[in-house]
Design a protein around this ligand. Structure first.
Ligand code: DAS
Length: 364
C-alpha cells in the first residue's frame, strides 16, 4: 500500500475519532440518576390557548397563556426534569414567519452550547409545527434533543391534551434515547420525526402522522420507545448555518389543480422570488401549455424551480413528469411542498446551482 494511501486512511481515522469525540462532548452524559436540565421555550399556540368554556375546543384564543403558567399547570414536570421556562414569542402559529424561525433557531443553538442544558422543549401551535420542526432539523447544530410539542385542545378544555403532551415532551427531551435522533414532534403519545411529520386532521388529537414512512416510536409509562430513526442528515450534520443570517431568500409555493393558469407563477417571479415550489398534481405534474412554460421562463431568469406534489406520499421522480435534466429543475423527493420550501430557502443561502440543490434534496 503506498504511503499516500496509508496517510489518507490515517487522516480519515483521525477525523472519525475527532468527530466522535466532539459529538460525545456535545452530548456529555449526565451523572446517572440525576435529573436532566431541560429548557422549555414557549412560542404560543393552542397549548397556550384559552376558551370561553370548558367545552370550547374550537373558536378559542391561541397564544394567551405564558410559559410560567404552562409549567405551573403540570407539577409532575418537577419529577421529569429540572425545567426552566422562557417565552421566546407568543403567537398563533398560522402567523409563523422566517423572522421568528431565525430568532428561535439562534436561541436554541445558543442554549444548546451550554453544558447546563441537556435538552430543549418548544411549545408551539400545531398549524405550522411541522414546518418549524423541519427548519430546526436543518439549522440546529447539536445532537442534544430538541422536542416540539403542541395541543389540539386549549388549556381550559375538559381533557386538554397539552399537559400530558408537555410532560411527555419534557421526559423525551431529557432522555439519552432522543440524543442524535434529530428534531422530534410529540403529541398523543406518539414520537414523529421532523422531516416526515405532517398535520392530517383539522381538529382531532391524533392529527400528527408521518403517513407511509411512520412514527419513530411512542411515549408510554414515562419513557420513550424508539423503533426507527431517519436515514437523512439533520441537526449536527447539517451544512446550513443561520448564525449570521438576518433574512432568508424569498421562496413561495404554487398549488396545482385542474384548470390551472400561470398567473401565480408570473406574480411570484415579478415579486423577485429566488425560488418557487410547484405543488403539482400526481407525481409533481405540470399543466401544459399553461404552467410549464411559465416555470421554464422563470428558470431562465434564475429562479430555482422545485417540483413537489400535493399528494402527500411517495417520491417525486426526477425526469418523470417533466424533463428536469433538460429544464434544470429540482425534484422534492418525498418532501411535501411546505417542507420543500424550507429546504430550498436554506439551500439558496449557499448556492443557486440546481444540481447542487438537487443533492441537498437527496441528503436531508
Ligand atoms: N391556531 C393554531 C396554531 O397556533 C392553534 C393550535 O392548534 O396550536 O397553530
Amino acid at each position: 500500500m503506498t504511503h499516500d494511501r496509508t496517510f489518507r486512511r490515517w487522516i480519515c481515522a483521525v477525523c472519525a475519532a475527532l468527530s466522535l469525540g466532539f459529538s460525545a462532548l456535545d452530548t456529555a452524559a449526565r451523572e446517572p440518576g440525576k435529573l436532566a436540565n431541560v429548557m422549555i421555550l414557549a412560542t404560543g399556540g393552542t397549548i397556550a390557548g384559552s376558551g370561553a368554556t370548558s367545552t370550547t375546543t374550537v373558536g378559542y384564543t391561541a397564544a394567551t397563556v405564558g410559559v410560567a403558567r404552562l409549567i405551573e399547570a403540570v407539577p409532575e414536570l418537577k419529577a421529569a426534569a429540572n425545567v426552566k421556562g422562557e417565552q421566546v414569542f407568543q403567537i398563533a402559529s398560522e402567523n409563523m414567519n422566517n423572522d421568528y424561525w431565525l430568532k428561535l433557531a439562534k436561541r436554541v443553538n445558543e442554549l444548546l452550547k451550554q453544558d447546563d442544558v441537556d435538552g430543549i422543549v418548544i411549545t408551539h401551535g400545531t398549524d405550522t409545527i411541522e414546518e418549524t420542526a423541519y427548519f430546526l432539523n436543518l439549522t440546529v447544530k447539536s445532537r442534544k434533543p430538541v422536542v416540539i410539542v403542541g395541543a389540539m385542545r386549549p388549556s381550559t378544555a375538559i381533557s386538554a391534551d397539552g399537559p400530558i403532551n408537555l410532560y411527555n415532551a419534557t421526559i423525551l427531551a431529557g432522555s439519552d434515547a432522543a440524543v442524535g435522533k434529530g428534531v422530534l414532534v410529540v403529541l398523543n403519545d406518539q414520537i414523529n420525526g421532523a422531516r416526515d411529520v405532517t398535520k392530517t386532521n383539522t381538529a382531532n388529537t391524533d392529527t400528527f402522522r408521518s403517513w407511509e414512512l411512520g412514527f419513530l416510536g411512542y411515549m408510554q409509562n414515562n419513557q420513550p420507545y424508539f423503533y426507527r430513526q431517519s436515514t437523512r442528515k439533520h441537526t449536527a450534520d447539517t451544512e446550513f448555518d443561520v448564525t449570521n443570517l438576518d433574512k432568508l431568500p424569498d421562496v413561495d409555493i404554487v398549488y396545482g389543480y385542474a384548470n390551472m393558469n400561470r398567473i401565480a407563477v408570473d406574480a411570484f417571479v415579478a415579486a423577485g422570488d429566488k425560488g418557487l415550489v410547484h405543488a403539482g398534481v400526481g407525481d409533481g405534474s405540470l399543466a401544459r401549455p399553461a404552467v410549464e412554460p411559465a416555470l421554464v421562463e422563470a428558470r431562465k431568469k434564475g429562479v430555482v424551480i422545485v417540483r413537489s406534489s400535493r399528494v402527500g406520499n411517495g417520491i417525486v421522480a426526477r425526469n418523470g413528469e417533466a424533463k428536469d435534466d433538460e429544464l434544470d429543475f429540482v425534484v422534492s423527493d418525498t418532501l411535501n411542498p411546505q417542507k420543500a420550501r424550507i429546504l430550498l430557502m436554506l439551500a439558496l443561502t449557499k448556492t443557486s446551482d440546481a444540481k447542487e440543490i438537487q443533492r441537498m434534496f437527496y441528503t436531508y
